[in-house]
Design a protein around this ligand. Structure first.
Ligand SMILES: [Zn+2]
Length: 80
């Protein structure tokens, strides 16, 4: 379905902002309702959430190195 695909792309594009808590209100609700309906985005979301947590846990400044996030983003892009 074309609409679902468009939504997936929109959700994945905002996933990092969402996980960082930088999306509030309506935008956040849109993403959450999509995640409830879409298993593949939900999986990707929990994968990224775990990844971010690991990076944060290991990083004493509590901040993920940007180059590392970039590498993961590329790897995920190749996967999809
Ligand atoms: Zn989706």
């Amino acid at each position: 379905m074309e609409d679902a695909e468009t939504n997936c792309r929109a959700v994945l594009a905002k996933l990092y902002l969402y996980l960082d808590g930088e999306i509030a209100g309506e935008g956040c609700a849109v993403i959450e309702s999509h995640l409830r309906a879409c298993v593949s985005c939900l999986r990707r979301c929990s994968f990224e959430r775990d990844f971010i947590k690991i990076v944060h846990d290991r990083c004493s400044e509590g901040r993920a190195p940007e180059y590392l996030l970039e590498r993961i983003r590329h790897a995920l892009d190749e996967m999809s």
